[in-house]
Write a protein that binds this ligand. Structure first.
Ligand code: HEC
Ligand code: HEC
Length: 290
């Protein structure tokens, strides 16, 4: 009896040790992925914008790319996540007020953060959807940055990012890849598709809105249940039964053709409802092709 107990003890101890080693390896892997340095080019040149570009930039920031959805209404930043598993992840204060990055940022830094997912002090950004924003055309990105540079200063000091074990586990196993790691930093973006009711422009907008952040990278629903899960947007999902008019009306009213009311807390349709008919129809065209 004593011998059996001893062996059971050894086996359990061995399993615990093995799990610890696996856990530690994944953790170290996650850490090393975040430690890389990224030599990203700067292609925009000096950014100076006229008033029509500032209007465009404001529209992109508020309505299309929903920067305020994460960075808070006045871009003053907010703690997005704060728990033992994921750690503390603030969406930083983007203004030039105390605690904000605006006063320290040069034009090239804005481009690095938005298009390449690399923040101040070469930090690999986690949770900032640059994997989508990377397709921003130069003209639109210049308008966006020009607008961000005019943000009124708001004082808001937030804690430093501190990732928890679950965050390292997701990054270490590759279940979540911070965009800076996977993006092609050499890609050229001098032209965006012309604004037209076609799939090419729709695809561009779907990236600028980052629909894939919730609906999954391929828009077939999330790969793993991330926060928050969005349904399949391909013709294989509910949208297979919809017409173009149904789609536009759904995003304008928040009510689906079969009478479901979309939760505006998790599906940002009130912002999308302010997009033009041309934009919504272009998105619809693209969704037909996925
Ligand atoms: C889904 C939420 C989300 C959206 C949408 C989002 N961000 Fe972020 N952003 C974050 C998070 C989280 C961080 C901090 C990541 C970190 O510290 O690892 C961040 C970081 C940044 C940084 C880097 C700040 C620094 O410390 O260097 C900039 C600049 C930025 N975002 C600008 C934008 C702009 C501009 C938009 C809109 C085009 C935008 N973000 C949209 C979540 C978001
Ligand atoms: C921040 C997360 C998020 C983003 C970004 C987002 N969605 Fe959604 N979407 C959701 C969620 C969650 C639902 C389900 C809401 C519900 O059932 O109340 C949803 C529902 C929908 C529906 C209804 C689908 C159905 O089967 O009834 C459509 C259509 C839709 N989204 C389109 C889009 C499009 C197009 C974009 C980008 C232009 C987009 N969404 C961006 C989270 C998001």
């Amino acid at each position: 009896m004593k011998r059996i107990l001893k062996w059971i003890g050894i086996i359990i101890g061995g399993i615990i040790l093995l799990l610890l080693i696996i856990g530690l390896t994944i953790f170290m892997n996650g850490k090393s992925k975040l430690g890389g340095s990224f030599d990203v080019g700067h292609s925009l040149g000096t950014i100076a914008a006229d008033s029509s570009q500032l209007v465009r930039g404001e529209y992109l920031a508020h309505i299309v790319s929903r920067c305020t959805g994460c960075h808070s209404d006045q871009f003053e930043g907010i703690i997005l996540i704060d728990d033992a598993a994921f750690g503390v992840i603030p969406a930083p204060n983007l203004t030039s007020g105390k605690g904000g990055i605006g006063g320290h940022y040069q034009d090239a830094d804005w481009e690095r953060a938005i298009r390449h997912g690399v923040g101040m002090d070469d930090r690999v950004l986690v949770g900032m959807p640059s994997e989508f924003f990377t397709v921003y055309g130069d003209k639109d990105l210049k308008s966006l940055i020009a607008f961000l540079k005019t943000l009124p200063a708001v004082e808001n000091e937030l804690p430093q990012r501190e990732l928890g074990p679950m965050a390292y586990l997701l990054i270490g196993t590759g279940m979540y890849e911070p965009p800076a790691i996977t993006l092609d930093h050499e890609a050229v973006h001098d032209s965006a598709p012309e604004a037209a009711v076609d799939a090419a422009y729709g695809e561009y907008l779907v990236n600028l809105v980052a629909c894939g952040e919730c609906h999954g990278a391929t828009l077939h629903g999330p790969e793993f249940t991330g926060p928050p899960p969005g349904p399949d947007l391909s013709p294989e999902g509910n949208l297979g039964e919809w017409t173009e008019d149904d789609f536009v009306l759904t995003l304008r009213s928040g009510t689906t053709p079969d009478g479901r009311i979309l939760d505006s807390e998790i599906m940002p349709w009130p912002r999308m409802s302010r997009m033009s008919d041309l934009e919504l129809k272009a998105i619809w065209r693209y969704l037909q092709h996925i």
